[in-house]
Write a protein that binds this ligand. Structure first.
Ligand code: NAD
Length: 313
């Protein structure tokens, strides 16, 4: 039997590269399409001799032409960290609109299944905690994070339109904060920020009073959930994330303990529209995918810190 072929946009990024590894281990053929705007060749270097892996350096907002059979299109290309999307707002909106359109067109023409990487940010500053898939979100359409939030909301709407109107077999995964090896030190997201500062014995920066919460999922748990969703027959959005909520001060203290850093915690003003709470309700993922995360925050952070130790200059 022929290997199933996956087109994975954003496959040289943090999540995409882990997902590619996971699929290759399960005998999929993976075509990674990435323009390296935030991704890195280093994330996929180890696959260069793998016959089941192909890398195409291209911008998916410009078009997505692939020859031959395609069984899945997994659309993970996006700017994803607040620093990146603030720096590149138009590219963010393009990849979440034109990029998603091109990825859906490819799936439609190939008769392939489609999945888009959505985000908990579509809930905005949530009016309910935890966040259930039924919540429509509380998003500022013109705020400093709007280029990301609205690009993902548009992507979800476009995905449902292709599903309802054209019958494309689609999936929407709403990913909550995920961390692990291969995140970039300079990424701007809280986990790599704090780890990089701790390993350099620099002050650990907390924004606001540090009481805002996030729920952190280790990358291997997330990839397992994504794989299960690929196999499931379910087109409404599914939250994937770890429901154990921590505030930013708690996170900083865990990282201080693991690294034994002498760096002190310092406070800076909160960026605009920073959500106060993030906690996934994963009832749907449990029921449909039989999924729940298994890696504790401490275990996941220990693995991530040891990876950053090898990486931090
Ligand atoms: P990342 O920046 O490491 O990866 C994104 C990849 O997309 C990069 O390799 C980048 O070069 C590529 N890319 C961006 N624009 C492109 C374009 N126009 N054409 C081709 N490639 C392009 O970020 P990540 O954390 O791995 O995020 C992957 C996906 O998951 C994104 O869609 C993101 O929105 C979503 N997501 C991630 C998280 C998380 O916690 N990591 C949470 C919610 C959603």
């Amino acid at each position: 039997m022929q290997q199933p072929t996956v087109v994975l946009t954003g496959g040289a990024g943090f999540l995409g590269s882990h997902l590619g590894d996971f699929l290759l281990e399960r005998d999929y053929s993976v075509i990674c399409v990435d323009n390296l705007i935030t991704g890195r060749v280093a994330n996929i270097d180890h696959l260069s001799g793998n016959k089941s892996f192909k890398f195409i350096q291209a911008d998916v907002s410009e078009g997505l032409k692939i020859r031959g059979r395609v069984d899945f299109v997994l659309h993970f290309a996006s700017l994803a960290s607040p620093l990146d999307y603030a720096r590149l707002p138009i590219e963010t909106l393009k990849v979440g609109s034109l990029g998603t359109f091109n990825a859906l067109e490819l799936a439609h023409h190939k008769g392939a299944k489609f999945m888009m990487a959505s985000t908990s940010e579509i809930y905005g500053d949530p009016l309910h905690n935890p966040q259930k898939e039924e919540h429509w979100g509380n998003v500022n359409p013109i705020g400093p994070r709007s280029m990301y939030d609205e690009s993902k909301r548009f992507s979800e709407a476009l995905t449902m339109a292709y599903h309802r109107k054209l019958g494309v077999d689609t999936r929407i995964v709403r990913i909550f904060n995920t961390y692990g090896p291969r995140m970039k030190n300079e990424d701007g997201r809280i986990v790599p920020n704090l780890i990089t500062q701790a390993l350099a014995a620099k002050p650990l920066t907390i924004y606001g009073d540090g009481k805002q919460t996030r729920s952190f999922c280790y990358v291997s748990d997330l990839v397992d959930g994504i794989y299960r969703l690929m196999q499931a027959n379910f087109s409404d959005p599914v939250n994937l994330g770890n429901p154990i909520e921590k505030n930013m001060l708690e996170l900083a203290h865990i990282i201080k303990d693991i690294t034994g850093t002498s760096g002190k915690i310092v406070f800076q003003s909160l960026p605009g529209d920073d959500p106060r709470q993030r906690k996934p309700d994963i009832t749907r993922a449990k029921a449909i995918l039989g999924w729940k995360p298994g890696v504790t925050l401490k275990k996941g952070l220990i693995k991530t810190v040891s990876w950053f130790k090898g990486k931090t200059p």
